[in-house]
Design a protein around this ligand. Structure first.
Ligand SMILES: NC(=O)c1ccc[n+]([C@@H]2O[C@H](COP(=O)([O-])OP(=O)(O)OC[C@H]3O[C@@H](n4cnc5c(N)ncnc54)[C@H](O)[C@@H]3O)[C@@H](O)[C@H]2O)c1
Length: 345
């Protein structure tokens, strides 16, 4: 099924973590497709201004509940307060380094939130779910591009929470044939809404390369740190599969139109890679700023190359990531230059 041929769909979708980076862009894509959207977020890593921006950009109202999903009663209340037909679950914590320092915080937030969402869905007989997973579940991949059936083996608590979430979903789907659960393993989401009024607004030091580079370009940080130039890659720096957040958002819309039941896993990536130095160079080109960087030691846990094999999502979901690295960085720069301090501007 191609994207253009997706049927009109006015179902109500609960978007957990929808005030966050990927969730907010997905909420825009859902509203643009005709869905009703309810966001549940405790705003631990986001702002209600993102919810306002979604409504402004789409010209549509949406529901918002400030809820901590580690609270089962509050999670159940969502399903009695709103006529929810399906759920997209983004809520969680995502910083690898922080997960090493505070593993229990990660297990509690990520695993317990998922358990509560699954529990509340079963109680209220809502059986359609799309879940954020991550390429981090592949650990140090044996081959690239990585297909979905490659061995998994996370190397940090964050990645292990994602594996546990995947396993819980798989186990639950076996208990009732009505479950339709889609696990989406994202590669490296980046970029922003092309309006420049919705984007990634990390608190503290950005853990991801693109927001870090953008904060250097806009003058908030002095230079980019390049963690290692001795990897087995063409320029020695790490190669990643940067996927535009709009393409990623559309992947979730496509997943809601999966025809079959059961639990299935898809990679969402472009299948092409860019090195750290490529990102710095293209970001310099689109911003017109000469971006300073320094080379430092490798960072523990980083792999040389991570690239998606997106064939399965292309074939079965009719989805493809079309946007280039230049588009990713142009849109990221538009957002950053219009809002140097994120939603605080
Ligand atoms: N951004 C990436 O690079 C990336 C890559 C792979 C997977 N993911 C996954 O995608 C999902 C979304 O990531 P993102 O980049 O949008 O992160 P984000 O931090 O911007 O969004 C996550 C949202 O979840 C909310 N949240 C956290 N704990 C909560 C709780 N207990 N109850 C309710 N809400 C809670 C936060 O306030 C935030 O708004 C996460 O599950 C993340 O692990 C992200």
């Amino acid at each position: 099924m191609s994207r253009a041929s997706l049927p009109a769909d006015d179902r109500t979708i609960l978007v957990t973590g929808g005030a966050g980076y990927i969730g907010s862009h997905t909420a825009v894509a859902l509203l643009e497709r005709g869905h009703h959207v309810v966001i549940a977020d405790n705003l631990a890593n986001s702002s209600s201004q993102a919810v306002d921006a979604i409504s402004r950009l789409t010209g549509k109202p949406l529901g918002f509940a400030q809820v901590d999903l580690t609270d089962l009663e509050a999670t159940n209340d969502l399903f009695t307060s709103f006529p929810i037909d399906a759920v997209i679950h983004f809520a969680g914590l995502k910083a690898v380094g922080e997960s090493v320092e505070h593993p229990l915080r990660y297990y509690r937030t990520n695993v317990l939130s998922m358990m509560n969402v699954l529990d509340a869905m079963a109680t209220h007989e809502v059986f359609e779910l799309v879940v954020s997973s991550s390429a981090t579940v592949y650990g140090d991949p044996e081959m690239v591009p990585i297909p979905e059936d490659a061995p998994t083996g996370a190397t940090n608590p964050y990645g292990r929470t994602k594996l546990m979430i995947e396993q819980m979903c798989g186990d639950l789907a076996l208990t009732d044939p009505r479950w339709r659960i889609t696990l989406l393993r994202y590669f490296n989401p980046a970029g922003a809404h092309p309006s420049g009024d919705l984007g990634e607004d990390p608190t503290g030091i950005p853990a991801n390369l693109v927001p870090f580079v953008m904060q250097v370009a806009v003058g908030r940080r002095p230079q980019v740190q390049v963690f290692g130039t001795d990897y087995a890659t063409p320029d020695g720096t790490g190669v990643r599969d940067y996927i535009h957040v709009i393409d990623l958002a559309l992947g979730h819309v496509a997943a809601l139109h999966r025809p079959d039941n059961g639990c299935k896993t898809y990679n969402l990536g472009t299948g092409t890679g860019a090195s750290v130095l490529d990102v710095i160079r293209v970001a310099g080109h689109v911003s017109g700023v000469d971006i300073p960087y320094e080379v430092t030691e490798r960072r523990a846990g980083d792999v040389a190359v991570s690239l998606a094999d997106p064939t399965l999502a292309n074939r079965e979901l009719g989805w493809r990531a079309d946007r280039t690295l230049e588009m990713v960085l142009r849109d990221a720069w538009r957002w950053q230059s219009r809002h140097p301090n994120g939603f605080n501007d």
